[in-house]
Design a protein around this ligand. Structure first.
Ligand code: Q9C
Ligand code: ZN
Length: 345
C-alpha cells in the first residue's frame, strides 16, 4: 500500500492540554506518527512518498475562509500579544455558547480562539498551521493517487482531523484530512464517497461537514457520547438533514465494549456503505479503540486489527486510509500497520 507521509507533522508539538482543571502533558505527540512510520518500514508494507504539489484550494473546499485565515495567522497574533507567549502554547478560555454572536469576528485574539474551537484540550503552537497544512497535503495526494489507479493509499498525518469542522478546531484536530480526501475524490468526479470513521471518538467534524449532503455518506463507530468525548454529537438519531437525510449513520457503543461487539457494528456499517454503492471509501483510521489506550474505553487487541483490515477489504472499494487518534504510543504503529496489512492480504 502506498503511504503519503511528510515529516513536517512534527512541527505541531503541543506541550499541555487542559484536563480536570490542570494542564497535563499532551497525548497527541509526534512520536505517534514516528512509530507508525517505523513499523511500516520494518514490515516493508509498500512504498512511502512525500505529498506532491499542493495549494490551499483543497482546504478551501472544506473549510471556511475566515477560519483558514485565522489558523494561518494565529501564532503570530499570539506572540504579538506578549513576546513571552513564544514559550507557551495558545489555548482558548472563552466560547460563544447559545445566544452569543458568532457572525461578528472579534478583534480580540482570545475571543477568536474561542469562536473557532470547542475545547481546551487542543493547543495551538508555533508549527500548528505548517503541520496541519502538510497533513492536508498528504490526504489530498492520497486521494489523487487513488484516482490514478492505486487500490488503497494511507495518509500518515498528524495532527489528526476528524473533530475539526468547517470553521472550528478541537479534539487535537485543526484541518479535517478525511473530509479533504473525500471532497478531493468528489471534485475529481467520483459520484458518491463513503467515509467510515473507526476512531474511538465520534467524528463530529466530518459529520457536520457532510450532514446535509447525499454525495458523501458518513458512518461512525464510537464510544457512546452520553459518557464519551465529544459528548454533544454522535447519537444514533443523527441521520442527516435536507438532501443528506439518511446519509449519516452513528453506531455508538458502550464504554467497555469488546471486539465482538465492535465487529458486529463494523458489519452493520459496511452494509450501509454497500447500500449507497460508493465509488470510493475513506477510512478515518483511529487506533484508540485499543485496550491499552490511555484515554479511551474499548478493548480491541493488536491482533484484532488484522481482522479489521480484512473486513474493510471485503467492501471491495478503492480506499484512502487517513490516520486519526490512538494514544498508546508504543503500540500505535503495530496496530495501524495491522489494519493496513490485513487489508492488503
Ligand atoms: N484527558 C482524537 O482521537 N480529550 N481526538 C479527552 C483526555 C479529547 C481525541 C480527555 C480527546 C480527543 C482524534
Ligand atoms: Zn479518538
Amino acid at each position: 500500500m502506498l503511504t503519503l507521509y511528510n515529516d513536517q507533522h512534527a512541527l505541531h508539538h503541543g506541550k499541555t492540554e487542559m484536563f480536570r482543571g490542570e494542564l497535563v502533558p499532551c497525548f497527541e505527540v509526534p512520536a505517534r506518527a514516528d512509530y507508525v512510520l517505523q513499523e511500516l518500514k520494518r514490515r516493508g508494507l509498500g512504498t512511502i512518498e512525500a505529498p506532491g504539489a499542493f495549494d490551499d484550494a483543497a482546504i478551501t473546499r472544506v473549510h471556511a475562509p475566515r477560519y483558514i485565515e485565522f489558523l494561518r495567522l494565529a501564532w503570530a497574533e499570539w506572540v504579538a500579544l506578549d513576546p513571552a507567549n513564544a514559550q507557551r502554547d495558545a489555548l482558548p478560555s472563552y466560547w460563544p455558547i447559545r445566544g452569543f454572536r458568532s457572525d461578528v469576528l472579534p478583534a480580540s485574539f482570545a475571543a477568536r480562539m474561542g469562536l473557532f474551537s470547542f475545547d481546551a484540550g487542543t493547543p495551538l503552537t508555533a508549527g500548528t498551521w505548517a503541520a496541519a497544512r502538510a497533513g492536508a497535503a498528504c490526504a489530498f495526494t492520497a486521494a489523487r493517487r487513488l484516482l490514478q489507479g492505486e487500490r488503497a493509499t494511507f495518509a500518515l498525518t498528524r495532527p489528526p482531523g476528524h473533530h475539526a469542522g468547517a470553521d472550528f478546531f478541537g479534539g487535537y484536530c485543526f484541518l479535517n484530512n478525511a473530509a479533504i480526501a473525500a471532497q478531493t475524490l468528489r471534485d475529481a468526479g467520483v459520484q458518491r464517497v463513503a467515509v467510515l470513521d473507526i476512531d474511538y471518538h465520534h467524528g463530529n467534524g466530518t459529520q457536520a461537514i457532510f450532514y446535509e449532503r447525499a454525495d458523501v455518506q458518513f458512518t461512525s463507530i464510537h464510544g457512546d457520547p452520553h459518557t464519551e468525548y465529544p459528548y454533544y454529537l454522535g447519537y444514533a438519531d443523527e441521520r442527516g438533514a435536507g438532501a443528506g437525510l439518511g446519509f449519516n449513520h452513528n453506531l455508538p457503543l458502550a464504554r467497555g465494549s469488546d471486539f465482538s461487539a465492535w465487529r458486529a457494528a463494523l458489519h452493520t456499517a459496511l452494509q450501509g456503505v454497500a447500500a449507497v454503492k460508493p465509488g470510493a471509501l475513506v477510512v478515518s483510521l483511529g487506533l484508540d479503540t485499543f485496550v491499552g489506550d490511555p484515554i479511551s474505553g474499548f478493548t480491541l487487541q493488536s491482533a484484532d486489527y488484522l481482522q479489521v483490515g480484512a473486513d474493510l477489504a471485503r467492501a471491495g472499494l478503492p480506499t484512502v486510509f487517513v490516520f486519526e487518534g490512538g494514544y498508546a504510543v508504543a503500540e500505535v504503529g503495530v496496530n495501524a500497520v495491522n489494519v493496513l496489512e490485513g487489508f492488503a492480504q
